[in-house]
Design a protein around this ligand. Sequence first.
Ligand code: PA5
Length: 421
Amino acid sequence: MIDFKCDYKKYFPADALSKRIAAMQPLVQKIIDDDFGGWLHLPYEYDKDEFERIKKAAATINSDSDYLVCIGIGGSYLGHRAIIEALGGERGRTKIIYAGNSLSARELESAIARIGDADFSVNVISKSGTTTEPAVAFRTFKNLLIKKYGAEEAAKRIYATTDANKGALHDEASEKGYESFVVPDNVGGRYSVLTAVGLLPMAVAGIDIKKVIDGAEEERRAQSEEANGGKAAQYAILRNLMLERGYDIEVLANFEPSFMYFNEWWKQLFGESEGKDGKGIFPASVIYSTDLHSMGQYMQEGRRALFETFVEIKDDYKGVSVPKSDENLDGLQYLEGRELDEICKIANQATREAHENGGVPIMEVIMPSLNEKSIGALIYFFELSCALSALTLGVNPFNQPGVEAYKTRMFELLGKPGYDK
Ligand code: PA5
């Protein structure tokens, strides 16, 4: 479903890819054997009973809430926001407010102000159940719920997505009787979008979550059936070859502003999976053509240490075209009647050619169209390629030991018990 293209022979010897393909199968086995490799089989091994409960909970939220406050950070937030926004946002009554992904007082205040007197529910998402940012936001919104609805009704409006057996959030959910969903033990935060972490918010937004999973499953099959190691494996290999050549920044580029949070999800996936032990490609992102008028200059002529991966949508979107006019004061007559999407695709091609001529190696990841299935496939493609790429680099794709450093210092400064200076 997802196509991958790179004219790699322009940059590397013709046999560079084939030489490394054989090394990929043992890496897939390594993921299967890893305690955090559960996401690999999620598209067909997901919990079907929980899936039905998610759909029911979403229907309840749609019937009783103008807003769902989705509380979570990192992998407990970026994936569903990426998919919901890429697919055009919430489709029904319930709008989603994202909270607990920063420590900004202004942001929290404005979320509260946005709710005003409206009806709302809360989906608090934290695998560990102890992360400070979501915990602070949860306490705030829980108090608001209790004030508005009373303790009993408030508890019915809280949906907790967390560990099956442990953690502060798990314990509170059990004690208070919140409806709970599970982040499986063998799936880490940034690989968890196809679990309840992402599925409940997506279902509330009106997205057909079965189609998202089906898309991921089609991609899983396509990747495991391809004789040459799969396109995700090719992308993983070529990224590492780029790095070995000194291209240590990868810029993910696409032409859809609604993919802004997809870019953020991708950066987290690759940044947290690969940036360790003094290694890793630095993941950056742009939205074109907007950023051609800001970052475009650097991309064309700046330091030649970056390569660019374009995410593209193959099919044509028919909608807005350039209107006819009796005058040609703006010089646009030559475009009259042409679809905007066609012009956008030509801008895409022109950008790839110009950047490549300017010394930026180019790769393309191509979705057949933009819908539930293809975005599920795209998620799976990048998850698989990320894990394979990290293993090729020689780092653990599933831990994030470096994230603890700021937390420890923050807790020392805040005087958290057990964190004396
Ligand atoms: O990928 C990860 O594991 C992290 O980004 C986590 O998702 C993030 O730190 C949030 O953790 P938690 O869900 O435990 O609150």
